[in-house]
Design a protein around this ligand. Sequence first.
Ligand code: SF4
Length: 119
Amino acid sequence: MNCPTCPRAGLPCLGERLPHLCTKANYREYLQGYDPGSPPTPTFLGMATSLARAAVAHVGDGMRIAPEAVQEARRAVCEACPLWNAAKDRCSRCSCNLKIKLSWASSACPLDPPKWTAV
Ligand code: SF4
């Protein structure tokens, strides 16, 4: 079974056997009740790349932690954003865990332009 938005239409579903390699990365969500209006989940590779980039930037920044007030302001922006995944507390664009992402001073929203920036 292919998701309605699968770019591999006509080919065997990759998500059935290897969900982490699904190019749409929404196979599990599709099985649980696909909502075409929900933000897409990044692929496993996309998540790993985002995490690696953020971690390198955080270490390069001296592993500074953002002030509490900045973290709260960032959270207010994310919780009002349509890309916030409330159930997982993750950004659906970069798939970062927001508890971690919001606390790192070097973090920034992945949108262009960003909704919040590094401090
Ligand atoms: S980091 Fe940016 S795109 Fe992601 S949930 Fe927050 S405001 Fe939205």
